[in-house]
Design a binder for this molecule. Structure first.
Ligand code: GAL
Length: 662
């Protein structure tokens, strides 16, 4: 489904920022860098439709023809993430309104409300016009709808659409009042019109209300996506896949499982969130998510930076070798290529300081040379296209659980859904185990030896039943503190924590005892915990470690329970790093989940892709500053074309190797 042959290499191409002399140089440099796919038109709405209903395609025709003549395929984007100023002025009601009631003005991008009828009409209009004109263009190999659906709006049109969504979900106002628990704080709604988006208010919002608004908004974004997709499909056949580029893992306004079902393949953007090895772990995290949301299908890295590592209020450069290593790290986990934002660094406009494949300084630079070398390496890996990655371990990820935990009034400000999930994935990454993400209601959990449930604060009845069946059937489930405590309406499962998992885990929690910032509890195995503790009783579970200090001294902290043919583990505090790693190692070992390559030097990452015909490729990424010898490996290394020597494969410091095994 993903445009081949081979793997894709290239980036966002914005030729409208340049002139003919530069286009000529672009053609030459793209050949040098082995660029074979570029994303065109992402922010071109004002040029393509200079006035409502009047289109100017001549310039885009010329670029598409030129790219095609140069052997470069085109990922044509719909420009709907940035409506032109004429649109804004004609439809002021389509501008987004913040929770505080401030309506935004144009002058940036993403100034639209997805619930606005005028915006939706205009977006479908430009998408249809593009599809009509370019559906049969020989350069076109994929459609890229919008850019990073992310804008949330609280305007009157959003309010009206929210009410329609609520009526469909609850049927009656009585059911809505019950679900949200509006008996408290005199919030009972007597008419649908009384329900608003969760705009700025005094004190806490109602958590059922905020959760539903986030679900509703994700559904709005998906509806907007579907509408454009369907408009495009009326002109463009199924041989040209349609997708969108999903935003960074830490930014969360979409139910990504739902998007994964609707796109022809998953596309993601990934900008490293930290330098050093944390950045490599973050890359694996983003890539494993992308693969998982697509149900294991191949997927595509649509954006990354050549020289951009986001670190708080600054962007750090990538170390030499990093462009190649990060690109291959994505491909190792299933990406069908590696694209960048953007091809040529802008000299003007909002992102003039964002890195690119061709920097301001031109091609005689480290960045361009490294980008071109990466293009060469990606070309050498063409044979892996279409192969996939499989995992024996999964981490549960659920937008509802995130959104629910992200409510006001939680017992501790240190309950961080994204951070806790990342930490679980990181511990598995450090252990060398390939990891998927899975939804708690997933029908196929039984294929995993181990499933981790970090911060699964909300779990639906169906999710609870699925996880119970999983353990009963022989699976190993590790549940972490403050999971399984509320249902899909955000109502507490009363009678003992963690309500959804008490039987499976053989425990009964009586009282949550969040810890003060900086406080620690000691455990009987010499480890320590922070953030959280619980007054817990074992009801069938074996106590693996107990608290030794404070009010809870002598009571269970970590438990293990045989349930049916499987095992349920519970950890009631945030274990220190070493103890967490040791617990995970024990859980993996008992369940027979092995690292991809046992005995690897620390800091070397290994992942396999496999083809349906049985061929396999081992990707090795050396994240350390020293050369590393990897011994248990045999086959041909594709980047050098050399067979692996009998004594093992030396992977250069910061370097990569890809071995066709066998
Ligand atoms: C992405 C966005 C791009 C560009 C990039 C900069 O999120 O899709 O258009 O802004 O960030 O890192």
């Amino acid at each position: 489904m993903i445009p081949g042959p081979g793997l894709a290499f290239g980036g966002d191409y914005n030729p409208e920022q340049w002139d003919e002399a530069v286009w000529k140089e672009d053609d030459e440099l793209m050949r040098q860098a082995r660029v074979n796919l570029v994303t065109v038109g992402v922010f071109s709405w004002a040029l393509l439709e200079p006035e409502e209903g009047r289109y100017d395609f001549a310039w885009l025709d010329a670029h598409l023809d030129r790219l095609h003549a140069n052997g470069v395929r085109v990922d044509l984007a719909t420009p709907t993430a940035s409506p032109p100023p004429w649109f804004t002025l004609a439809h002021p009601e389509a501008m987004p309104v913040g929770a505080d009631g401030t309506r935004l003005t144009h002058g940036s991008r993403d100034t639209y409300c997805l619930a606005s009828a005028a915006y939706r009409r205009a977006a479908v209009g430009i998408a249809s016009a593009l599809a009509e004109r370019y559906a049969d263009h020989p350069a076109l190999v994929m459609w890229h709808l919008h850019n990073e659906y992310a804008t949330v709006c609280y305007c009157e049109q959003s309010a009206a659409a929210f009410r329609v969504w609520l009526r469909a979900r609850y049927g009656t106002l009585g059911a809505l009042n019950d679900a949200w628990g509006t008996a408290f704080w005199s919030q009972r709604y007597g008419a649908w019109e009384q329900v608003m988006p969760p705009r700025a208010t005094q004190w806490h919002h109602n958590p059922g209300h905020t959760l539903d608004f986030r679900r509703f908004w994700s559904d709005q974004a998906l509806a907007a996506y579907r509408e454009q997709r369907d408009a495009i499909r009326r002109h463009s056949g199924p041989q040209v896949p349609v997708t969108t580029n999903l935003m960074l893992p830490g930014y969360q306004v979409l139910d990504l499982w739902a998007f994964g079902r609707e796109v022809d393949f998953v596309g993601i953007d990934h900008y490293m969130s930290a330098p050093g090895m944390d950045g490599d772990a973050d890359t694996a995290f983003g890539a494993d998510r992308a693969r998982s949301f697509g149900g294991g299908k191949p997927w595509l890295l649509i954006e990354q930076g050549t020289n951009t590592v986001y670190a708080g209020d600054r962007t750090l450069p990538k170390d030499p070798g990093r462009i190649l290593r990060s690109s291959i790290a994505h491909i190792a986990r299933g990406s069908e290529g590696a694209l960048f934002f953007q091809w040529r660094q802008s000299r003007a406009g909002a992102e003039l300081w964002h890195s690119a494949m061709v920097p301001h300084t031109g091609p005689d630079t480290r960045i361009f040379r490294e980008a071109a070398a990466t293009g060469e390496a990606v070309a050498r890996l063409a044979e892996v296209a279409g192969s996939t990655v499989s995992a024996e371990v999964a981490v549960l990820w659920d937008a509802d659980a995130w959104w629910a935990l992200d409510s006001q009034g939680m017992p501790s400000g240190d309950l961080d859904y994204h951070g806790t999930v990342m930490r679980a994935h990181r511990a598995l990454w450090d252990a060398g185990v390939t990891t998927d993400f899975a939804h708690p209601e997933a029908a196929d959990l039984a294929r995993y030896r181990v499933v981790l449930a970090p911060s699964l604060y909300l779990v639906s009845d169906q999710g609870a039943a699925t996880l119970r069946r999983y353990v009963e059937g022989g699976g190993t489930l590790l549940v972490q503190y403050f999971s399984g405590v509320v249902d899909a309406r955000h109502q507490v499962r009363t009678g003992g924590y963690p309500g959804a998992f008490r039987e499976v885990l053989g425990i009964r929690g009586e009282e949550f005892r969040p810890l003060a910032a900086g406080d620690e509890v000691e455990l009987s195995d010499g480890s320590s915990g922070t953030v959280w503790s619980e007054a817990l009783r074992a009801e069938g579970a074996q106590v693996v470690a107990s608290y030794t200090t404070g009010t809870l001294a002598g009571e269970p902290a970590v438990t293990r329970h045989s349930f049916g043919a499987g095992t349920g583990w519970y950890v009631s505090t945030r274990l220190d790093d070493r103890a967490y790693a040791a617990l995970i190692a024990r859980v993996l070992a008992e369940a027979g989940a092995a690292p991809e390559v046992p005995g690897l030097p620390s800091g070397v990452e290994a992942v396999r892709r496999r083809a349906e015909d049985g061929r396999g490729w081992l990707f090795l990424l050396n994240h350390t500053a020293a050369d590393q010898l990897v011994v248990p490996v045999a086959g041909v290394e594709l980047l050098t074309g050399e067979p692996v020597p009998a004594g093992g494969l030396r992977v250069a410091a910061g370097g990569v190797a890809v071995v066709r095994e066998g």
